[in-house]
Design a protein around this ligand. Structure first.
Ligand SMILES: [Zn+2]
Length: 52
């Protein structure tokens, strides 16, 4: 699973497609999780979680 911000959601989707060759599932994080989770690619708060 990849946690990512709005800006990096497309990057995360590409990574999952490349790695697992399946179309990823994308979910919005709960408000509570947003506050405690950072994007994998930058220092912003994560908004989404991408999973295969
Ligand atoms: Zn980011």
């Amino acid at each position: 699973m990849i946690y990512c911000c709005q800006e990096h959601v497309e990057l995360a989707l590409d990574v999952v497609v490349d790695e697992f060759e399946t179309f990823p599932k994308i979910d919005q994080l709960s408000e509570e999780k947003k506050l405690s989770t950072n994007c994998e690619y930058c220092q912003n708060r994560a908004e989404y979680v991408v999973a295969n």
